[in-house]
Unconditional design. Structure first.
Length: 108
């Protein structure tokens, strides 16, 4: 999987937003708001091709209190939401909707 180009993550008034640029303005459907954990993953996803397992590993490394099952379920929803909004290039289907809610990192 990979993110399409022409998408920029911005923090505006404490809210993380994905802003399409160029031709993506016509392709991306709706505004994409992200949680802080989702924005953390977005930074990685922008510069790497990735699989869901890569995102699980990164999340579990950062959020020690999260469980694999919780992270996996949240990532299904997150990735499905990105695909539905037209920003994710994937092969096959992922089920769910858009959000990642994880415990706050200790000392963050």
């Amino acid at each position: 999987m990979k993110l399409k180009d022409g998408l920029i993550l911005r923090e505006v008034a404490g809210q993380y937003v994905i802003v399409p640029t160029g031709k993506r303005v016509q392709e991306v459907t709706g505004v994409l708001y992200m949680t802080k954990p989702a924005a953390y993953l977005w930074d990685y996803m922008q510069s790497h091709e990735f699989e869901k397992e890569d995102l699980i590993r990164l999340t579990l490394e950062r959020y020690k209190d999260a469980t694999r099952e919780q992270v996996s379920g949240d990532l299904d929803k997150f990735l499905k939401g990105l695909a539905d909004k037209g920003v994710l290039e994937i092969e096959g289907q992922i089920n769910g909707s858009f959000s990642v809610r994880l415990p706050k990192k200790i000392n963050e």
